[in-house]
Design a protein around this ligand. Structure first.
Ligand code: PRX
Length: 649
């Protein structure tokens, strides 16, 4: 029988949030304080960026207030000019003066089921000990510290300690392997690497330190490696270089100096995939980043003092940086942090965690939702999740089936879903509903207050109800400040197409009500299970194999993961293109980049379609591979290669 929900969806009607939620929401209270009567009025008034962000920034603690909210000299913005600030002071130190001191900051659960509750006071002490330890190793303000850790409490502790002393952290997702790690720490010029012995994944052991050791064989800037003991497994420590975390922090004082920084001082470099083989080091700063992440979490997910927040992402990605580490701590809430695989040992592990810790607001990705959907409705049914009041989604467009499943099976038709659109580069949510926003399932709704977005055609005309490039029209506090050591790439990638307007790289549509429907990337970047991977990164890994001459990688639509990775490979002369080589190449990519980049399919071809200048035409390959008409192929240097792709697929 069709439920009201099915009817609503079929008619594409707007989905109004529950009245009780609206009335009590943080954003409504803020609007009342400022005499703002409606959502529309809020969006309009907040376009006065100086006024809006000035009001918002006052909620955090500054060592010295700013004299100017924004200095905008495209493509460079400075926010809260003249202020003095430190994000760790706001995330940790200031709670020592309030009742938050003894509140639990993180409920951490390891994959084997071990639990650690960490209060704000304990976090404060651990952060200080590590900051002092780093100082004793010669780390100074502005130095880069590489962090290669799984989801264990030492990861946020390490980030906060760096930020506290004005050092710049660069976290590398623990799912990356040797080369992925090595490239990133070399680009960042990290002085120290913080890692651990091993971690647990799906009941097995992941050799973290072993990867780090191999990466350091060719990472000349790294002087010391700090190693957390997680599993207690036997790992080799290199004398003079490697130090146990437990030993170096044990003797340190539990008080440490918090640097009073310029709000524009770097807080971190986080690498993300671009359209070339070389990842981009995205730069974020203390002040504006803190203001926007804090405020978007407070208003979109409406977090209150007694909420238990669970962002089920990995801290190795921006979602975790902003919404597991910095924003929830600045808000002083309790967060759940989980180390392991989502459906281990049983498919209801996540739902069990929600039940066990009374999670009230839960945030995940469409890929995870689809994966759970496949495992069956009986798993969430086994658990009592009545504490949930709001749900969230991020990383990819959420398809209606996944939306409905999530809404019914996890939220019990009670919890609105906040579909948040943003990027590593944007630092904070940009296009997203608030709890007061009427929802249209599948749409991230409208730009948040203080943000403005549009959809443009190639000439920069605004489009309604037609597909085009999603752009952001004005600067925002958490925007990236550049690409590390590559200002030209920063200018060309984001600001080159339309002057002073930020090109997101996404395609989408804006409907007649101003709602955004983001469809996916316009450029050669894959989204596989929510992870962002450049086609050319995988191609570079493939051609680094001795038997490969050329490779072209495309994404094919996939029911669960959004996209799957298909590689067309041209082998060197005389090489047997057989099943054994396919396996070998898949393993090679896993080793080079990490399991997330492992091709799902490898197809051998004698040639790949190219332009006369030698550019591989992925668009044409993809069209052929998914059974579409490839369009004009007359400009190719080797049109016959198209037939070969057809034959191979
Ligand atoms: O294509 C968009 C997609 O994810 C890209 C950003 O990826 P990343 O930098 O890895 O950050 C992911 C987490 C913030 C975007 O360019 N994306 C992100 N959120 C959504 C989305 N696509 C549709 N709807 C979303 N809510």
């Amino acid at each position: 029988m069709a439920t009201t929900l099915d009817v609503l969806l079929k008619e594409q009607r707007v989905f109004n949030p529950p009245k009780g939620l609206v009335e009590k929401s943080n954003i409504k209270q803020w609007m009342d304080k400022h005499g703002i009567g409606s959502y529309e009025e809020l969006l309009e008034k907040s376009q006065d960026l100086d006024w809006y962000w000035d009001e918002v920034a006052k909620e955090l603690e500054w060592f010295r207030p700013w004299s100017k909210v924004l200095e905008w000299a495209p493509p460079y913005a400075k926010w809260f000019v003249g202020g003095k600030f430190n994000i760790t002071y706001n995330a940790v130190d200031r709670h020592m003066k309030t009742k938050n001191k003894d509140k639990i900051a993180y409920i951490w659960e390891g994959e084997p089921g071990d639990v650690r509750n960490i209060t704000y006071a304990q976090l404060y002490e651990e952060v200080n000990r590590l900051a002092n330890a780093l100082k004793s190793l010669g780390v100074k303000r502005g130095d880069r510290v590489g962090i290669y850790l799984p989801m264990i409490p030492e990861l946020p502790i390490a980030m906060l300690a760096c930020a506290k002393m004005g050092a710049v952290h660069s976290v590398v997702f623990s799912g990356f392997s040797v080369k992925g790690l090595q490239d990133r720490i070399n680009d960042a010029g990290a002085k120290i690497l913080i890692t651990c012995d091993e971690t647990y994944r799906r009941g097995g052991i992941v050799p973290i330190k072993k990867n780090a050791d191999e990466a350091l064989e060719n990472a000349p800037t790294v002087e010391k490696m700090i190693v957390v003991r997680r599993t207690g497994g036997n790992v080799a420590m290199k004398p003079g270089r490697d130090i146990w975390w437990g030993e170096i922090t044990k003797t340190q004082p539990t008080e440490a100096k918090t640097e009073e920084l310029d709000p524009e001082d770097l807080i971190y470099i986080l690498y993300t995939s671009g359209t070339t083989g070389k990842p981009k080091g995205i730069l974020h700063v203390h002040g504006g980043y803190a203001v926007a992440t804090y405020w978007t979490l407070k208003t979109v997910f409406d977090l209150k003092d007694d909420d238990v927040w669970w962002c089920a992402a990995d801290i190795g990605w921006v979602t975790g940086h902003s919404y597991i580490v910095y924003a929830p701590l600045m808000l002083g809430v309790t967060s759940v942090m989980y180390e392991g695989a989502p459906a281990f040992p049983e498919p209801d592990r996540w739902w069990e965690i929600i039940e066990k810790y009374n999670v009230s607001v839960f945030y995940t990705s469409p890929t995870s939702i689809r994966a759970h959907m496949r495992m069956g409705d009986e798993w969430p049914k086994k658990r009592n999740m009545s504490t949930l009041r709001l749900l969230g989604s991020v990383g990819e467009p959420i398809n209606p089936e996944a939306w409905v499943w999530y809404y019914k099976n996890i939220g019990a038709e009670r919890c609105p879903i906040m579909d948040t659109w943003w990027q590593t580069e944007t630092g904070s949510f940009c296009i997203s509903p608030l709890p007061i926003t009427p929802l249209k399932p599948g749409s991230a709704t409208k730009p948040l207050p203080g943000y403005s977005a549009d959809v443009f055609d190639d000439r920069g005309n605004s489009l309604t109800n037609a597909g085009g490039s999603v752009v952001l029209l004005s600067p925002w506090p958490a925007m990236l400040r550049g690409i590390y050591k590559d200002p030209e790439r920063y200018q060309n990638t984001y600001w080159g197409k339309y002057p002073a307007i930020y090109l997101t790289g996404d395609m989408g549509r804006k409907d007649e009500d101003g709602y955004f429907w983001v469809q996916g990337r316009a450029d050669d970047i894959l989204k596989v299970a929510g992870h962002r991977i450049g086609n050319s990164e995988i191609e570079s890994a493939l051609v680094s194999h001795a038997k490969v001459a050329e490779a072209a990688v495309i994404g094919k639509p996939h029911e669960v993961k959004g996209e799957s990775i298909v590689a067309f490979v041209v082998t060197k002369q005389g090489i047997a293109a057989d099943e054994a080589l396919k396996k070998e190449l898949k393993e090679h990519v896993s080793r080079e980049i990490g399991k997330i980049a492992r091709p799902d399919e490898i197809l051998f071809v004698p040639d790949v379609p190219k332009t006369r200048s030698g550019k591989i035409m992925r668009r044409i390959i993809k069209a052929v591979a998914i059974g579409e008409v490839p369009g004009d192929i007359s400009t190719l240097a080797n049109p016959e290669a198209v037939e070969e792709i057809k034959r191979a697929k």
